[in-house]
Design a protein around this ligand. Structure first.
Ligand code: PLP
Length: 389
């Protein structure tokens, strides 16, 4: 079959490919430590699972509104108002199967051929993939290690042209674990507002912060009509496989995104949305426990990596990723990631899987046990020693 031209522009998320490779090695009897995939290794809290099961028994087995279950949309709006200090209502909330469709739909709705979209690089690979897919030009704003993986706001301002139709920001970030400081968020909001450019604020890791307060771009002046918040349940409540996410956005773009939902998914699973209500309105101690556990793992992992010759690693402030600098190993990132998997049994991702500015780094997810992280550290240290001798 001849595929449409646009298919050649669609990228992918390498994590899923590396997972397949790692599983194939396991099938051959190799022991692999999985640090490639970005999902909490915890189970969904029991009260959320029970709410989902009950919903199925109660008949939440039918189509629902494309924009989402009104009760869930209201609960999300209240949560957003509380955590971001803004004022939205349920009509501003669109519920989707996972948060990824918000990214896809918003880029599809706002950008086309001849347009430019500014996005973080290294960054979540789907941004660049979808920007190219819709025919727009991706304009990377580099995230720099010497700025704790923040960006230079003057550089961002210099990238804006009359063709810029969207700016994407992500904080806390995948893949670096960095966050954008409050002052930078304010400056970014100012740039967007002055130029009347919508901003997609990917806040999927808003609850995964270590000793830092979360700041949202949505709270700054001029953002009421321009900011689209992306958030969801996958990471916060360990619900990756349920597929439940949302966008919070001004009414005009909400209408477009709703139509895209009708044209693609019809609606998000009805029972899953009832589980989402239980997640938001129920006890939050499981989230706190998960974050406390991630912090222990982060500290152990960062210290361990910094003790290895050829590797240095910043202490990230959020999410559950490390982005160590591996230039001291004297090999390209892809080779290091491949060989770590094949020779040492440690699955990671190469920095360039997140864009050109990721060269010189690899990404580890620390959503794995202390025991497995210790094993990965031993193996990585041995691998690095071998490489440098
Ligand atoms: N945004 C970022 C930065 C992510 O890392 C991810 C998942 O890895 C998503 C969005 C998508 O989340 P979901 O699984 O809810 O689609």
């Amino acid at each position: 079959m001849n595929a449409a031209d646009r298919m050649s522009r669609l990228g992918t998320e390498t994590a899923f490919e590396v997972l397949v490779k790692a599983k194939a090695l396991e099938a051959q009897g190799k022991d692999i430590v999985h640090l490639e995939i970005g999902e909490p290794d915890f189970d969904t809290p029991a009260h959320i699972v029970e709410a989902g099961q009950k919903a199925l028994g109660d008949g939440f087995t039918h189509y629902g509104p494309s924009a989402g279950d009104p009760e869930l949309r209201e609960a999300i709006a209240n949560e957003i108002n509380r955590t971001r200090g803004i004022s939205v209502d349920g009509k501003n909330v669109i519920v989707t199967p996972g948060a990824k469709p918000i990214m896809f739909f918003v880029i599809l709705a706002l950008a086309q051929e001849g347009d430019e979209v500014i996005y973080p690089n290294p960054g979540f690979p789907i941004y660049e993939s979808v920007i190219r897919f819709v025919g727009a030009t991706p304009v990377p704003i580099p995230l720099r290690e010497d700025k704790d993986f923040g960006l230079d706001v003057d550089e961002l301002a210099s990238l804006v042209t009359e063709r810029t139709k969207l700016i994407i920001v992500n904080s806390p970030q995948n893949p670096t674990g960095g966050i954008l400081p409050k002052g930078d968020l304010e400056a970014i909001a100012g740039i967007a507002a002055r130029n009347n450019i919508p901003v997609l604020a990917d806040e999927i890791y808003s609850r995964m912060l270590y000793d830092e307060e979360f700041h949202s771009l949505s709270g700054y002046e001029g953002m009421e009509d321009l900011c689209i918040i992306l958030d969801g349940f996958s990471k916060t409540y360990a619900m990756t496989g349920w597929r439940l996410g949302y966008g919070v956005m001004p009414a005009d773009i909400a209408a477009h995104v709703t139509r895209l939902m009708t044209n693609s998914n019809s609606c998000t699973s009805a029972a899953t949305q009832r589980a989402g209500i239980a997640a938001i309105n129920g006890p939050q101690d499981s989230v706190d426990q998960m974050v406390a556990e991630f912090k222990k793992r982060r500290d152990l992992f960062v210290d361990g990596l910094n003790a290895i010759d050829g590797i240095t690693c910043k202490l990230p402030k959020g999410a559950f990723y490390l982005f160590p600098n591996i230039t001291g190993l004297g090999r390209p990132s892809k080779e290091i990631a491949d060989r770590l998997l094949n020779e040492a049994g440690v699955a990671s991702l190469a920095g360039p899987d997140f864009g050109v500015h990721g060269e010189g780094y690899i990404r580890f997810s620390y959503a794995n046990s202390i025991e497995n992280i210790s094993k990965a550290l031993d193996r990585t240290a041995q691998f690095a020693r071998k490489l440098l001798t």
